[in-house]
Design a protein. Structure first.
Length: 176
């Protein structure tokens, strides 16, 4: 039976890291709606102040599973690909004609944070995400020492997410 952890209005069921991918695969096999988050040390949603964690949400039953990790959990990259496709982390792929096609204040602010050297991380919040509760739309939330900001979208903002993922993982690689 998983350990239950309450934090920031969320209840997590703690699981081992080697259970994360099989759990997601079981949701896919069952046709169950799900999504995941990688959460950084210090993140508002992270019950482990000095650790990373992966969260897998079962959106059919409103259950959040969490697995802590000392370093960035590589399982997250596999989860992101399962959710958004193999190309989501590829810096050479564009899902729109050009970057000018994307009107995103959030993406502009993240680029400014990057230029200023401010650490940041983001959450892709699916409709009915347990971390947002108040929206039925897609939303991206960015947390940094400069503040928290978010943007809502009527559909999956795949190109904005791809650009954020590429920037985030580039920053993560440079910091290790």
């Amino acid at each position: 039976m998983p350990k239950i952890i309450s934090h920031s209005l969320l209840t997590y069921h703690e699981i081992e890291m080697d259970e994360v991918i099989p759990l997601a695969m079981s949701f896919i096999a069952d046709g169950r709606p799900w999504h995941s988050h990688a959460i950084s040390p210090g993140c508002h949603f992270n019950p482990y102040p000095d650790l990373y964690a992966v969260v897998v949400e079962d959106n059919q039953h409103n259950i959040a599973y969490i697995s802590p990790s000392v370093s960035f959990p590589e399982a997250d990259k596999q989860l992101v690909r399962l959710l958004h496709g193999d190309d989501i982390l590829n810096p050479d792929i564009r899902f729109t004609q050009s970057e000018q096609d994307i009107e995103s204040e959030l993406l502009q602010r993240v680029r400014q944070l990057n230029e200023q050297g401010v650490a940041w991380h983001h959450h892709m919040n699916f409709p009915h995400c347990l971390m947002t509760r108040q929206t039925q739309q897609w939303m991206i939330t960015v947390e940094s020492d400069a503040g928290v900001f978010q943007e809502e979208y009527p559909g999956e903002p795949k190109e904005i997410l791809r650009q954020l993922e590429v920037l985030y993982f580039r920053n993560l690689e440079q910091s290790t």
